[in-house]
Design a protein around this ligand. Structure first.
Ligand code: BES
Ligand code: MN
Ligand code: ZN
Length: 501
């Protein structure tokens, strides 16, 4: 879907579908019109207000009403979208409205649409925020993953281009820039979603490496792929212990995007790339085990963020590191009780082979030191405990640097891809004590997400580091099962704010 942005009078735009916002009326009052909708209504001699007075649209955020043959208006159709209450109109209502409009547009035969939502004031947010969220919300509504269905595919939506419009004045340079950035971000989200949705027999470590190769070719990025023998040479004993049970060769992807000055130390993003997590010898129960194909969502979000930043030519230096392997049981698999030596030199007693994410990440963090990073952020579907703590709303945020943590929190708020701070207190470290090695890979049931983060912190002492536990937000279960592409919007916004955008 192509996006553009322009200033135009709504009544004059020739388009398949004109999208206008209406606020919910207070009490029994009919919904009220936005500035653009009011202008269109005047040209239409009150036909829009008339439809609303008949009570055909509640004005609830996301509700829609489609009108045809409106006189005085050049567009073929008018789609009225409810914005909710005018008083205190804020982020959630705006996002619902965009989603509602997207769902309605998907069902239409229109090839193009002009959407007047960019200039509707959202409390505390500048117009660029509206632009970003309009693009991301609409692209989200149009995302499909049906490449593996051979029958009864729903027809592809016809809508090919969307113009965001403001009724008067000129479109500002920051708004144009926001549009370009958001379109690239949406490409990154779509990539992360597709990688997550692909089945584990297709999306293997080698497939992820091939995908990184494609990005490197398309955007001229530097790519290194470490093979098993490289991991052996680097003494990545923890990562190697996880891959032992699998027939799929492990890969460690290192993808460099250099959009900033040479002198600028890079931001390093490390993504957990377990392409399937059976639990290993500490085997998971059968129910919903298929969802462990999403255990590479951290990896998908790193590749997605790099795709976004490279696609928009962001002025930042970012390196993505993706340790990728499967966690399988088998005769060669590691056992509970095995002790391995990590790349850092610290020894780890593997008390549960299902706590594999931290084992691959700890070696990736040690490897990250070589890149002399300004900051390192790892992203991982690390613990079921984080889902219990924060549900499917926020990612768990851990940081050994307060400023870094705060910057991530703020970026998450702005991107509506939120995180919530969790403690890394010393008090929790004793749960990781081992009688036989430097530390154990599990800390028992209490505070499971915290002790997983505490484990990682032992390998991040030389880094300015943060960890995002995305187990609750990376994908949905049930009827809506599928990858969400989170936290690509957060990572992109975070990288851009570092560059002052
Ligand atoms: N990939 C899982 C975490 C997970 C669980 C993600 C549910 C999404 C939904 C991770 O590798 C894991 O198995 N963690 C264990 C850790 C435990 C053994 C200490 C868990 O959360 O149960
Ligand atoms: Mn596991
Ligand atoms: Zn896992």
């Amino acid at each position: 879907m192509e996006f553009s942005i322009r200033a135009a009078l709504p009544q004059n735009v020739k388009t398949g579908c004109l999208v206008l916002g209406v606020y919910q009326g207070e009490g029994a009052a009919a919904p009220s019109l936005t500035r653009a909708a009011a202008a269109a209504d005047r040209a239409a001699r009150g036909r829009l207000a008339e439809a609303l007075a008949r009570g055909d649209l509640s004005g609830k955020a996301g509700a829609t009403l489609l009108l045809h043959g409106i006189p005085g208006i050049a567009a073929e159709r008018v789609l009225l979208v409810g914005l909710g209450e005018h008083q205190g109109f804020a982020e959630t209502a705006y996002r619902s409205a965009v989603r509602g409009a997207g769902a309605a547009l998907r069902e239409l035969g229109a090839r193009d649409a002009v959407v007047y939502l960019a200039d509707v004031k959202v409390a505390r947010r500048p117009p660029v925020w509206n632009v970003r969220h309009a693009v991301l919300g609409l692209r989200d509504a149009f995302y499909r993953f049906d490449q593996l269905k051979t029958q009864k595919k729903p027809p592809a939506p016809r809508l090919a281009s969307v113009a965001l419009a403001v009724p008067g004045g000129a479109v500002s340079a920051p708004m144009r820039e926001a549009l370009r950035e958001a379109a690239a971000t949406a490409d990154g989200v779509a990539l992360a979603r597709t990688l997550g949705n692909l089945p584990p027999n297709i999306c293997t470590p080698a497939y992820l490496a091939e995908e990184a190769r494609k990005l490197a070719r398309q955007f001229k990025l530097r790519l290194q792929v470490l093979e098993r023998r490289d991991m052996e040479r680097l003494k990545m004993g923890a990562l190697l212990s996880v891959t032992r049970g699998s027939h799929q060769p492990p890969k460690m992807i290192v993808l460099h995007y250099a959009g900033g000055p040479m002198s600028q130390a890079p931001l390093v993003l490390v993504g957990k790339g377990i392409t399937f997590d059976t639990g290993g010898i500490s085997l998971k129960p059968a129910g919903e085990m298929d969802e462990m194909k999403f255990d590479m969502s951290g990896a998908g979000s790193v590749l997605g963020a790099l795709r976004a930043l490279a696609g928009m030519r962001a002025p930042v230096n970012v390196v993505g590191i993706v340790p990728a392997c499967e966690n399988m049981p088998g005769g060669a698999a590691s056992r509970p009780g095995d002790i391995v030596t990590t790349m850092s030199g610290q020894t780890v007693e593997i008390l549960n082979t299902d706590a594999e994410g931290r084992l691959i990440l700890c070696d990736a963090l040690t490897y990250a030191e070589r890149l002399k990073p300004d900051a390192v952020v790892d992203i991982a579907t690390l613990t079921g405990a984080c889902v219990i703590a924060l549900g499917h709303v926020a990612s768990g945020l851990y940081a050994n640097d307060e400023k870094l943590g705060e910057a991530l929190r703020a970026a998450g708020d702005d991107a509506w891809d939120r995180v919530w701070p969790m403690p890394l207190w010393e008090d929790y470290q004793e749960q990781l004590r081992s009688n036989f090695a430097d530390l154990a890979n599990i800390g028992g049931r209490p505070a499971g997400s915290v002790t997983a983060a505490c484990y990682l912190s032992r390998f991040a002492k030389k880094l300015r580091w943060a960890h995002l536990d995305i187990a609750g937000v990376a994908y949905k279960s049930g009827r809506e099962k599928g990858s969400t592409g989170r936290p690509v919007p957060l990572l992109v916004r975070f990288a851009l704010t570092r560059a002052g955008r």
